[in-house]
Design a protein around this ligand. Structure first.
Ligand code: ZN
Length: 341
């Protein structure tokens, strides 16, 4: 167990995390404004507890514009009754509530990207304070955390479950087993160097010794029923597997294709401003050097369209959603089969 983040949280709740039963409340984050001098930011939370057992922490709305997990957890909080459970389920369907209300990845209050701010600050901006509460209070109660993401407004994603490889082979094997129980079509094993590095919820959970599963379930700022069903079924299967919902009715998981992101060459970036015409779609297999499409300069005829080429071979797991792209925007992310290279 590493050092917990410094400082006492200012976020409070009327929930008693040790009380059996089902309780709904808010995490109340003090935020004083012109229009609400003594106001709090109300972050919804449900605690379902029945006696002794593991604690599962279920999170969506870490990024506000990723919706499948928000709906899956909203349903779960209504469906599960304390008599179904052994142990405790903590459900937060809208963790960065201001970002969820705004339909944005970042919080409009501080432009905070919650999943880049862990372990957070007790007396920081609202988004830093949420990260700190998760790190210092929620993770210290949890045996497992499932953090449900999707591609958000700027990316489309193939549905997948993601883990960071463990510190030991046994830890990695345990995570892969849980990913296979979750049953998203693709299971992505990360070495922790991509995306948010050490500042994500899954990274801080791993540092604190809490098992962490993450998902990507759709994207483009829309809602995928397929992605939501994968999240719902996956959560029930994992909760049953760890004994928190021992009698849940679940189907056996479909086969999971284990894949990885093989270095920086897996990402393709826009070199110029332009309108993106992709030549491949999610789920396509591509070869190194193959065309991924064109960027058409908005200046028109005097400038040539820029052809995009892949630096390596792989499966298209993710592509940019908005047509307009600027230099540095990620257009594609590729994954490759584990053990393939
Ligand atoms: Zn996200």
């Amino acid at each position: 167990m590493e050092m917990l983040p410094a400082g006492e949280t200012r976020i409070w709740t009327t929930l008693d995390f040790n009380q059996d039963g089902k309780q709904h409340d808010w995490l109340r984050l003090p935020f004083s404004t012109d229009l609400s001098a003594y106001g709090v930011i109300p972050i919804p939370i449900t605690c379902i507890k029945n006696g002794a057992g593991p604690t599962a922490l279920l999170i969506a709305g870490n990024h506000g514009d990723e919706y499948e997990g928000q709906v899956a957890l909203s349903k779960l909080a209504r469906q599960v009754e304390p008599r179904d459970a052994r142990g405790r389920i903590l459900i937060l369907p809208a963790l960065n509530y201001p970002a969820v209300v705004a339909g944005r990845r970042l919080s409009p209050l501080d432009e905070g990207n919650l999943n880049r701010l862990f372990p957070g600050e007790a007396n920081g901006t609202p988004t830093q304070m949420i990260a700190h509460y998760v790190s210092s209070v929620l993770l210290s109660m949890a045996d497992i955390v499932i953090d449900l993401h999707s591609g958000g407004s700027s990316l489309y994603y193939l549905p997948c479950c993601l883990i960071r490889s463990g510190k030991t082979g046994a830890e990695t094997a345990r995570l892969i087993e849980l990913m296979q129980v979750f049953g998203a079509p693709i299971g992505s094993v990360s070495d922790g160097t991509g995306g948010g590095g050490a500042t994500t919820l899954s990274a801080i959970a791993q540092a604190f010794g809490v098992v962490a599963l993450t998902t990507e379930l759709g994207g483009g700022g829309g809602f995928s029923s397929t992605g939501e069903a994968i999240a719902s079924q996956g959560i029930y299967r994992v909760l049953k597997h760890i004994g928190v919902l021992p009698n849940a009715e679940t189907k056996s998981p479909p086969p999971v294709r284990l894949m990885q992101v093989a270095g920086r060459g897996a990402y393709t970036y826009a070199p110029i401003h332009g309108i993106f015409e992709p030549a491949v779609e999610l789920g396509d297999s591509v070869e190194a050097g193959q065309s991924g499409g064109f960027l058409f300069p908005v200046e028109g005829l005097p400038r040539q369209p820029e052809e995009i080429r892949f630096a390596q071979s792989g499966l298209v797991a993710c592509r940019r959603a908005p047509a307009l792209a600027a230099p540095g925007d990620c257009l594609f992310k590729l994954v490759t089969d584990v053990g393939a290279n």
